[in-house]
Design a binder for this molecule. Structure first.
Ligand SMILES: NC(=O)c1ccc[n+]([C@@H]2O[C@H](COP(=O)([O-])OP(=O)(O)OC[C@H]3O[C@@H](n4cnc5c(N)ncnc54)[C@H](OP(=O)(O)O)[C@@H]3O)[C@@H](O)[C@H]2O)c1
Length: 212
């Protein structure tokens, strides 16, 4: 698939490498694609990875991944328009700047706000509740790390579940987009365990099933 990734940081870089390694075409949408700091995103011989502006990357793709800090998401989506007919994967967490909690929650979510800005794009929330290191390499655990996926459009969600599965996660349909109200606090739990409780970034949630 043609996948635009808005943001070339920890999350964008990890997802781009993982999907490119599985044969997808990755179009990084960057504020300044000529910045030398982004050259390493395209390293890796034989992989289809391009560095472009946000508008160019979005135009080339049927999937648009929002991997920017939360305060930048609205502008990134405006720059990526038109988005009608595209699938928007929201990886953001609306973190307070001191990581003490979320800026929105309970009665709405970042994902629902993004759906309001995506102008005809179908928003699916996922990849927000584990560390970027796990997105680069989920295969290093004894169980497959779980990745919950929520969204309102059945076709968009199925497409994203397949993309999540593709890079090695146990992809689970968590329901409609309003379930992002639960997935965004789940990210706070992961962050708190990794940083405040000092378990470090090499941890992941898994879903166990009882033996039949
Ligand atoms: N880090 C994690 O482990 C993790 C895990 C799950 C979810 N998340 C969430 O994922 C999102 C990205 O996190 P991250 O750690 O990857 O952040 P990061 O390393 O700081 O990277 C953010 C990227 O967004 C770009 N950016 C900023 N404003 C932009 C705009 N208007 N248009 C296009 N690109 C823009 C930045 O590029 P410039 O060079 O232009 O500034 C940078 O490449 C956040 O919402 C975070 O909460 C993070």
């Amino acid at each position: 698939m043609n996948i635009a990734i808005l943001g070339g940081g920890h999350v964008g870089g990890a997802l781009g490498k993982s999907w490119a390694g599985r044969g997808h075409a990755i179009h990084f949408g960057l504020r300044n694609p000529a910045d030398p700091k982004y050259r390493q995103l395209a390293a890796g011989g034989g992989l289809h990875i391009t560095l472009a502006t946000v508008a160019e990357a979005s135009k080339a793709a049927e999937i648009v991944v929002v991997a920017t800090p939360w305060p930048a998401a609205k502008q990134a989506l405006a720059d990526a328009s038109p988005l009608a007919g595209k699938i928007i994967i929201d990886c953001t967490n609306p973190l307070k700047s001191d990581l003490s909690g979320l800026e929105v929650g309970h009665t709405t979510s970042a994902a629902e706000q993004i759906a309001g800005w995506a102008q005809g794009g179908q928003v699916v929330k996922t990849f927000n509740h584990t560390g970027a290191g796990n997105m680069a390499n989920p295969g290093r655990y004894p169980l497959r790390p779980v990745m919950f996926v929520c969204g309102d459009d059945a076709h968009a969600k199925k497409t994203v579940l397949d993309l999540v599965q593709d890079i090695g996660f146990d992809a689970i349909d968590a329901g409609p987009l309003t379930m992002a109200r639960e997935l965004e606090p789940l990210a706070m739990l992961w962050i708190s365990l990794a940083l405040k409780q000092k378990l470090g970034p090499n941890i992941a949630f898994a879903l166990m099933r009882a033996k039949a």
